[in-house]
Design a protein. Structure first.
Length: 305
């Protein structure tokens, strides 16, 4: 660190004040909790190589530096990838208990970091994703984003506009009312537990899409899959009724979801989009490697009706 003594301590305290914000930026950019933590740590290391007096706005500097780090990671992913992103990929979830939730904050989180949105953002190219995340989610001016993507502010604005249109056109329709989301998920869980196939069909939209990510090593019926149509999705849900027997309601990225816990470990995480009382999309993460470090919320299921 260039800073020494009291300067180093003050710099460390200032960085910690921004850590949660930087983690939020990195998570929205990368869709990976582990990579987000790595990006924030790299931002701290880069801060240590800069003279404190050279930074006028620490928060803005850290935000753009974290964005640049994430952009480099996304570009590296794209360069290594020989085929398009697997359409079964589900981003890392953030779990919280349902109880003692501020409804306004819950709606804000669901809108900004919902799994469905993160899935759509995986289809953006790295520059589009950076412009969209920094400008639309964190209100960073285009003049500050432009040097990161090596474009003019006008071209950067166009990047964000293209990303915004793709997100708007690709995201499945969803009801923002959390109570109706919970009702639909509860009906889905009850029908799957009891094996009521007709009840499952009733709660699923005819064109519902299921995206299940079990990782690269799981094969067979439990492997990754993408299914469309209420009949096929209901049949798949019936095959995994044992997970539904242990599932409980939590918040997944600010929206209602289901977590199955087997022997104290998270076995799968499910979240959904709901429109007019019916489930339009289901996202399931069942990758053992990615779930290994994920802890279920400690509190019991509860919410205000």
């Amino acid at each position: 660190m260039r800073a020494v003594g009291g300067d180093a301590e003050r710099l460390a305290r200032s960085f910690e004040e921004h850590r949660a914000h930087l983690r939020a930026v990195a998570y929205r950019m990368l869709g990976s909790l582990a990579e987000a933590e790595d990006a924030v740590q790299e931002a701290w290391l880069r801060l240590g190589r800069v003279e404190p007096g050279e930074i006028d706005n620490l928060g803005g500097w850290l935000t753009t530096v974290t964005g640049r780090i994430c952009l480099d990671l996304l570009r590296s992913r794209t360069a290594r990838r020989e085929q398009p992103m697997d359409d079964t990929f589900v981003p890392d979830p953030v779990l919280r208990p349902l109880s003692r939730v501020d409804p306004e904050q819950e709606a804000l989180e669901a809108d900004s970091v919902g799994i469905a949105l993160l899935v759509v953002m995986e289809t953006l190219n790295p520059d589009e994703r950076l412009a969209f995340v920094l400008h639309d989610m964190f209100a960073v001016p285009f003049d500050d984003i432009a040097p990161v993507v090596e474009r003019t502010p006008a071209a950067t604005r166009q990047l964000a506009g293209r990303a915004r249109r793709r997100v708007r056109d690709s995201a499945p329709p969803s009801d923002p009312d959390a109570a109706r989301q919970r009702q639909a998920l509860d009906a889905f869980r009850a029908a799957a537990r009891t094996g009521d196939f007709e009840a499952l069909l009733a709660v699923l939209h005819p064109d519902v899409v299921l995206r299940a990510d079990a990782g690269a090593l799981v094969r067979g019926v439990a492997g990754s899959k993408r299914l469309r149509g209420a009949q096929r999705v209901a049949e798949s849900a019936m095959l995994f009724s044992r997970y539904n027997a242990t599932a409980r309601m939590v918040l997944v990225n600010g929206a209602p979801g289901l977590v199955s816990v087997v022997d104290g470990r998270v076995g799968s995480v499910l979240t959904a989009t709901v429109h007019d009382g019916r489930i339009t999309a289901l996202y399931i993460l069942a990758d053992p490697d990615r779930l290994e470090g994920l802890l279920p919320p400690d509190e019991e299921e509860s919410w205000d009706e």
